[in-house]
Design a protein around this ligand. Sequence first.
Ligand code: HDD
Length: 752
Amino acid sequence: KPAKVVKEALDKAAEKVADLVTPPVPGTPGSAPPPLDPPDEPQGPLPRKPDQASPQTRSATGAETGAPADAREQQGEYLTTSTGTRLYDTDHSLKAGARGPTLLQDHHLREKITHFDHERIPERVVHARGAAVHGVFVGYGNATNVCKAGFLAEGVTTPVFTRFSTVVGSRGSADTVRDTRGFATKFYTAEGTFDLVANNIPVFFIQDGIKFPDIIHAAKPHPDREIPQAQSAHDTFWDFVSTHTEATHHVMWQMSDRAVPRSYRMMEGFGVHTFRLVNAEGQTSLAKFHWKPKLGVHSLLWEEAQLIAGVDPDFHRRDLFDAIESGAFPQWELGIQVFPDTPEQTFEGIDLLDSTKIVPEELAPVQPIGMLTLNRNTTNYFAETEQVAFHVGHLPPGIDVTDDPLLHARLFSYIDTQLSRLGGPNFNQIPINRPHAPVNDMLRDGFHQHAVHSGVAPYKPNTLDGGCPFMAGLETGAYVEFPAPVAEGVKERRAPASFADHFTQPRLFYRSLSPVEKEHLVRAFTFELGKCYEQAIKERELRVLANVDAELCALVAAGLGLPAPEATEPAAEVAPSPAVSQIGQVWPPDGRLIGIVVDADDPASLDGLHALRQTITAGGMVPLLIAARGGQLDEGLVAQRTFLTARSIEFDALLLAAAPPPAPDAIPARDDKAGAPGAAVDPRVVLMVQECYRHAKAIGVWGNGEAALLEAGCSAGDLGVVAGETPADVFGEVQTLLGEHRVWDRFPATIA
Ligand code: HDD
């Protein structure tokens, strides 16, 4: 009898489950509205876009895994639990009846929510906001006389992963804030990973790493209200740098255009420290690493950067991903400045162990030694960009450290930070961090251990595992620290006397800038100090600037409405370093975005656009048609932007093929203003022209376009405004103007 009862209960339950598993018939009472176009059975994975390959992976012991073992296709599989049990419903928790309480036994519910609760990991304490992509590095072979690292040999191709970042902001902060940019590259070399953890500014705030928490605490938002986000324009930052004058050189770069790059693709990178290179004969040289972008170094204007922070906070990461997706792969040459490895470790009187000093490129030219090409976007931001872990101590044989006290603190800090960020000591087993060189370490166990180590003797010496692993020697590729002499002396907390000059190089920087760059720098200082509340901080920073350059100090003081103090330090004369300036050269316009305003209702404004688009694309640039509405305009011509979605900041140059009347969604201005009801031109087009003009961008006009130009208060005779009968007449000259990035002469600087 009991057996019969059990069977009946089971049969009943089976019926219920069958009910549950049968999908409800859409449209029947009680059923939810059907999702839009749902696939009703598992499908094969969608074809990948070429840039969506998974990260290269190796097993934890370095063996190739072939198809990435950790890659998980989402499409085409049944939904399962994390242990592989197939699921029939993920939308409803298991309840005692449709309106009853949720049951604790619902493993899927608990697993799903628990995992979600733990999805976030601590963001990086600095450089939290970043974007990263894959690429390759090819050595030129000319560095082998100074460095034996195999990846620098001629034609050797090394996979790389490069992460760009801002320093101060949180993960969700805007890209275009005024800040130093990180430029960290992981080279997966055959001799072990090399991480070049660089910045886009060649000097650092501090000379000794023990001060890193101080500068970062000062730069981060105020501890009481946690504002401002990702800004240096606040009291604690200026309080610190005005009292800590070794920061002055870095502050000068940070107030310059370098701190608001136009694109990650248009930034230089600097290893900052001096490294020691060792060649195959064991001879050493000292060297500084540089990244030189193929597209030149270009910046945003401050007003643009501020607008972008609101209009498109993802501007830099979008730019990088779009460029790579369109096949415009950004490139940089890796270069080195090489210095003799003398006991003094100075060059032309400059202390090579002082990370607040540059060696002007005019004194020690940057010699190109290889080419970096970034050519593949990430597949999964978290798995790759968030979990990548760089370390300045990841060095291959041939590259060694010097005694720079900033570098030494970094050698400790980077491994330590990953322990809390990535949850344990096995972070180098995460796919993006796995070396491409074979790994045979004796590190064991710990959180998130992925390797299944065999053997019983992870110690040395041993006999039980046949003495394995063995030690390599110089001939078998061992990393042998160069036996550099250790400075004689006593233990002391003191900097060398040569670190004491805090003003000569800031002066060198200022005097090396072109007038327009000086003007931007003055405005940046005035803006940032103008945001401080404490009068004493502003006055103290003016005293710092007085020791840099009297003109700079006077201009900033005038902007703040304060008296300019006198210098208190003797000012050494300096020879300018033109290499520091980013203006005055001509660069390829590749990857620039060209906005073209057309009138969807005026077919004449589309004349010649097919050919124009081809010319722009063939020149490596991206044409974007802007019209009152989206969609098809003509055969093969689609409006990619509308007056609602477009803003001037997206375009490097603006072309006007029309003067479109106000669209129905335009907000009318006051009757006497441009864009008022009945006004000739849509107010957003007028604004676009005015902003492009203010931001010294090239403007091209033909056909009715001139009417839009006039409505914006500009004219065909203005500098950098190119007028003609047809697109073909106009674009050539616009492209030439783009080579200099902006029409700098439109607003001549007031500084000499
Ligand atoms: Fe640092 C991250 C660059 C000094 C401690 N640093 C970090 C990143 C870059 C730099 C590009 C982001 C790496 C990534 O994308 O994951 N840092 C520099 C440069 C420095 C410098 C060029 C000076 C020349 N850093 C520095 C010092 C210390 C640190 C002096 C500590 C004593 N840096 C860190 C860190 C971070 C970091 C806390 C945060 C996340 C990480 O390391 O992985 O350990």
